[in-house]
Design a protein around this ligand. Sequence first.
Ligand code: MLT
Length: 387
Amino acid sequence: MYNIQTLNKIAACGTDIFDKSIYTVSDAPENPDAIMVRSAKMHDMTFGDNLLCIARAGAGVNNIPVDKCAEEGICVFNTPGANSNAVKELAICALLLASRKIVEAAAWAASLKGTPDAPKTVEGGKAKFAGPELRGKTLGVIGLGAIGGKIANAAIKLGMKVIGYDPYLSLDAAINLDSHIQVVKELDDIYKNSDYITIHMPYTPATKNTIDAAQIAMMKDGVRIINLARGELINSEAIVKAIADGKVAKYVTDFADDIVLGVENVIVLPHLGASTPESEDNCAVMAAHEIIDYLENGNIKNSVNLPNASMNAVGTKVCVIHKNIPTLIAAMTTAVGNAGLNIENMVNASKKDYAYTMIDIVGDVNDALVDAIKATDGVIRVRVIKK
Ligand code: MLT
């Protein structure tokens, strides 16, 4: 039996995927084998010995101590793309909110309730809520992954000129980009040339305050900025000052803090980017499949701290999480040879400091062999999956 712990409410269509004869799913199991999480903060948690993986039903993993997890042999997954349509749609909305004073105008119209001749008053007062169209304007997209790429393509359809920046642009993401999108090599080109800027990158210590006073200073006067990614990517104090100076015309953010709340020309949404039933379902289903394939087959897809790797084995799979260092694979294969066993298939992949090796062995994979592999310098965790 495997115990799955849910730290947040996870859509039922995801948790229902677990076969009840081998899985229990609850919010407080003893010693979970896997955790499903949305935004619950996990940095101060201690993980039990059984915990093999954490699946984040969503994109951002800044609520999870991913390095500590790798160090403890815990695979962390996310669900890239599963909520990208929801965020794309909110980004289109945010572009319009940044332009057309919709929020302010609606609040003003609502304030007229009970006043005499409201229809006449609105016609007389609407001029102060005029705002520019998107068509023909330049949108700078920082980060062209699953979400940024979709927004860039949608903006082309809205008649915008789109420039994008992504130092880690994957081949998959690149081929899905509309050919009219200009991909620039320097982030400064986005700042200098955009009427609207939207940011779609993960938050890590290295990306904190990606947009700060110095970056804002490079921007066009009257630029409109959208942040549906993470609050920490943009320095709130710098934005609020730039709004007060008239440098930034509008800031639409999905992340509340005391600095941006209640400021004129800042629209704060309560982290609604992925809050659609469709996206919650997609994320939960993808996360459940990732957990099942890892627990039952040792295969890794969409991990943020370990490499992707999958293998169809003919025999017993020995799955090893280890440091990405020289001679370790040789030591493990020697241990298999010393046990008088042959390796039928083997997959090895690495991601930064960590690596994952699956060894397919027909024959008796006994405790002595497993102990020998575990004793190899740099090995973090060994798991044996019998056919
Ligand atoms: C994400 O990281 O997937 C989005 O911000 C939505 C969420 O946190 O659930």
